[in-house]
Design a protein around this ligand. Sequence first.
Ligand code: GNR
Ligand code: NI
Length: 173
Amino acid sequence: MALLSILEYPDPRLRTVASEVLSDTVVIQTLIDDMLDTMYAAPGIGLAATQVNRHQRIITIDLSEERNSPHILINPTIKILNQESDNISEGCLSIPGFSEILHRPNRILVTSLTRNFTQISFEATGLLAVCIQHELDHLNGKLYIDHLSSIKRNEIKTEFVKAHKLQNSSQSL
Ligand code: GNR
Ligand code: NI
């Protein structure tokens, strides 16, 4: 069990585009275990390797109440099946304390490798569809706030940086 530290906005490393995972190695399996530990501890419903500064195309997700149904997606791709949105409120472990409703397609076809490198395809809807798109954005160096207006994004950036400066200065008191 290992907890990894989560990069926070506006860290430029969150802008890295992750590489395809090429083979099943102990390093990859250990990274998956550590990502699950980190996601559960955070706690979050999803985590992208980018957020823990490991730039490989790996996503962990668990939407279950009991936190016992992990999904691992390796080299995932999506196809949009429905442009309509459920307007779900979205937060991010890399921008703690903020959330915004985003317009995201509410039905997608996901193609991915599983943890044991077998290929799967499935349809995702609702929060799962949103979460997979959110994590895929991370792997492409994007954050959910990039989908907002520049006015809204700058507002969040200013508030977030201000809140963190306050936090850091109170820690050093
Ligand atoms: O924990 C998380 N909750 C969440 C809620 C709505 C839409 C997306 C998410 S993902 C987020 C964890 C995270 O930052 N993953 O990258
Ligand atoms: Ni996120």
